[in-house]
Design a protein around this ligand. Structure first.
Ligand code: UDP
Ligand code: MG
Length: 307
């Protein structure tokens, strides 16, 4: 029998956890063909989340928990849970039931068939979300695709059932500024996408302020691309070209006087400084990539598994 690990990051969710646990037990009855492991990761909650989890774990031996010393953020919590999970298949999911538990049935069918390494959920609507928020989210996904060359699906959730192979690959990426959706795409493998309509939170409100979300987007882009640095160099080259054109223009129209020369050389020096910044930036980005310490490649299969 397969073991499915559910990794659930929780941050100040004392009210939500019991509702989630009830739904989880309903799912368990629907999926009698598998065993479950439920791992709560308490991401430094300030309410009674810890005790609520411990209580559940005391009475149910399939429930495990990891408690953080402080709030490290959802991405860190998911990493810890993935690392601790023992399942043949593992998924992270939100505790607020915005990731419908029943989707796990088609997700499991997809990965079980062996055709897919992962099955992921994405929202086809953003009902109930503010207009500005969804506008920025859509813009972000478009921009992200262009800049990073990673094909991150618009509306993708962190709700994704992955096999052991893919989990081990994800765990090899140990960078501190984590953007899990980018990481899932970066490691490759084959994913089945399953769509659903957006669902609102059962209890409480979102833990992501607009600012936190924005910072997360910036991490997503800077962790996966240095195009922005290259733009600086281009800007520098543009200034130098402008210098050249103006010089020719001024010579032709015999406009060479001290004021115009100051403007001209201002243009040239700005160009040189920007190019230099771009070059320095590119070296720094190489250092950044090295310190990210990502593996050079990820193996999906070798002949060992075929025997
Ligand atoms: N969460 C977390 N650490 C944080 C923020 C959120 O572990 O710093 C958890 C939260 O308890 C929930 C999930 O991440 O299980 C998603 O959070 P939320 O519903 O607030 O985000 P949204 O659905 O609005 O993206
Ligand atoms: Mg939510």
């Amino acid at each position: 029998m397969d073991l499915i690990s559910l990794v659930v990051p929780v941050f100040n969710e004392e009210k939500t956890i019991p509702i989630f646990y009830k739904e989880f037990n309903k799912l368990k009855k629907k999926m009698k063909n598998v065993k479950f492991e439920l791992i709560f990761v308490d991401d430094g909650s300030k309410d009674n989340t810890k005790d609520v989890i411990k209580n559940i774990a005391k009475n149910d031996k399939i429930v495990r928990y990891i408690i953080f010393s402080r709030n490290f953020g959802k991405d860190a919590a998911m990493f810890a849970g993935l690392e601790a999970s023992k399942g043949d298949y593992t998924t992270t999911m939100d505790v607020d039931l915005q990731d419908p538990l029943d989707l796990l049935i088609p997700m499991y069918d997809a990965v079980k068939s062996g055709e897919y390494d992962s099955a992921a959920a994405y929202r086809i609507s953003r009902k109930g979300e503010s207009y500005i928020r969804s506008f920025f989210a859509h813009m972000f996904y478009k921009l992200m695709k262009k800049i990073t060359k990673l094909d991150i699906k618009d509306g993708a959730r962190d709700y994704r059932l992955i096999n052991k192979n893919m989990k081990n690959a994800v765990l090899q990426l140990k960078e501190k500024t984590r953007f899990i959706k980018g990481i899932y795409e970066w490691v490759g493998f084959k994913t089945k996408w399953i769509s659903y309509e957006n669902i609102n939170r059962v209890e409480g409100k979102t833990k992501w302020s607009f600012w936190k979300l924005f910072k997360n987007y910036i991490v997503g882009i800077t962790a996966n691309s240095n195009l922005i640095l290259t733009l600086i160099t281009f800007l520098g080259i543009l200034f130098c070209l402008t210098f050249g054109l103006l010089l020719i223009l001024f010579l032709l129209l015999s406009l060479v006087n001290s004021t115009n020369l100051i403007i001209l050389f201002g243009c040239l020096f700005t160009g040189i400084i920007l190019i230099a910044l771009g070059i320095v930036g590119n070296y720094i980005s190489k250092i950044y990539i090295e310190t990210q310490n990502r593996p050079i490649y990820i193996v999906k299969e070798t002949e060992k598994e075929m025997k």
